[in-house]
Write a protein that binds this ligand. Structure first.
Ligand SMILES: Cc1cc2nc3c(=O)[nH]c(=O)nc-3n(C[C@H](O)[C@H](O)[C@H](O)COP(=O)(O)O)c2cc1C
Length: 373
């Protein structure tokens, strides 16, 4: 990765990044990204879980030449991390997903575009160019719309579909409820629906004529509580793109994913935004990795904040990791430059952590370097 650090004043520690973001945008959008579900036990557990494990480095290994790249389903992750799908980025910065996707593309970091983006998947693909990108699907209640989005993603150059399965319903996010704030009620995150030919055909009136009816329709069909494993067959027979399932925590589900021919899984609790009180992602990872036995790649997110976190996740069985809030704070502070700063500093921290662990490649990182505290 080339170094694109600009001379903007950006903090390096996560807590300062969070603080500066809180001072850069309105309280409602800040709370939306910052908060978790319920009492935020899981939000806190995600970060605290990294304290339960310590790296035991080895020394005198000649770490002068290092490579932290990994490859997942043909997609190169130059520094073992990618950008998690985050919707409604237009509430954090006017350039929203376009700024994040540009910053990712300039470093070759894979970008996962959310169904609930503020810009359409085609607009995001355009600024992303040839850089790696996957499309995250919220399976719509209207299957024709679901399949249409998959077709559009394939046509626009996305190379995998990530189906998020931990969102049968939206989590109970108390701090957003206290603020009486929902970006979706304000019509944010609707671009992929508004640009969809099947969705357009479902509207009785032209979208610009009855905005509130359109918003209601989108919210009505956004998530599918009835979704079950057998439904995956519909997507698998519809597209040749690899399918990843995001939101696996239980090892039984990991085995089911193998049974249903899923191409990869993402161990995630949605950054503590869905079921409060559920297991931290890092704590779920070892059992999932044992169940998968290396048959398909495992990605992990929720709580990754710095280089040593990436090393720990890798050691516990993740092929690569994703970050959510850190890059959104960069976006909120300084748009594309802010995201670039976050990606560059994480990249550097991963490289330093790899070297100081005593390894020269991510493939060399395994459970032998970790001790449970
Ligand atoms: C503001 C916000 C919006 C999100 N939107 C989506 C989304 O549209 N689709 C999805 O699968 N996950 C979404 N997520 C979850 C992330 O993909 C990811 O799982 C989570 O942010 C990782 O945790 P971290 O923020 O601790 O890194 C969102 C997370 C945040 C903070």
């Amino acid at each position: 990765m080339s170094n694109l650090l600009s001379n903007i004043e950006m903090p390096y520690s996560y807590s300062l990044l969070e603080k500066l973001a809180s001072e850069s945008i309105e309280i409602n959008p800040f709370t939306y990204v910052n908060s978790g579900a319920g009492g935020e036990l899981t939000l806190r557990a995600n970060e605290n879980a990294f304290e339960n494990w310590s790296i035991v480095p080895t020394v005198l290994n000649d770490v002068s030449a290092r490579d932290s790249a990994v490859t997942v389903l043909g997609t190169v992750f130059p520094s073992a991390f990618g950008l998690a799908p985050v919707g409604v980025q237009g509430i954090f910065h006017s350039e929203g997903e376009l700024a994040s996707a540009r910053a990712a593309a300039s470093l070759g970091v894979p970008y996962i575009a959310s169904t609930l983006s503020t810009f359409s998947l085609e607009e995001i693909a355009k600024v992303s160019g040839d850089s790696p990108k996957w499309f995250q699907l919220y399976w719509s209640k209207d299957i024709e719309i679901t399949l249409s989005m998959v077709d559009r993603a394939e046509a626009a150059g996305y190379s995998a579909i990530v189906i998020t399965v931990d969102t049968a319903l939206l989590g109970n996010r108390e701090r957003d409820l206290n603020n009486n704030y929902s970006p979706f009620m304000l019509g944010k995150g609707s671009a992929n629906y508004l640009h969809d030919p099947v969705f357009q055909s479902r509207l009785a009136t032209a979208t610009h004529k009855d905005e509130s009816a359109t918003i209601k329709k989108i919210i009505d069909i956004m998530f599918t509580p009835s979704l079950s494993w057998d439904d995956l067959r519909t997507i698998k027979s519809h597209t040749s793109l690899p399918i990843l399932i995001k939101g696996i925590l239980h090892e039984d589900d990991a085995r089911k994913a193998l049974h249903y021919g899923v191409d990869g899984i993402i161990v995630s609790n949605h950054g503590g935004r869905q079921l409060d009180g559920c297991i931290a992602s890092l704590e779920a990872l070892p059992n999932v990795a044992d169940a998968i036995q290396g048959e398909i790649p495992i990605l992990m997110d929720s709580g990754i904040r710095r280089g040593a976190d990436v090393i720990k996740a890798k050691a516990l069985g993740a092929t690569a990791v994703l970050i959510g809030r850190p890059y959104i704070y960069g976006l909120a502070i300084a748009g594309e430059k802010g995201v670039s700063h976050v990606l560059n500093s994480l990249n550097k921290d991963i490289d330093i952590s790899l070297a100081l662990t005593g390894k020269t490649s991510m493939e060399m990182v395994n459970r032998s370097i970790l001790r449970r505290n």
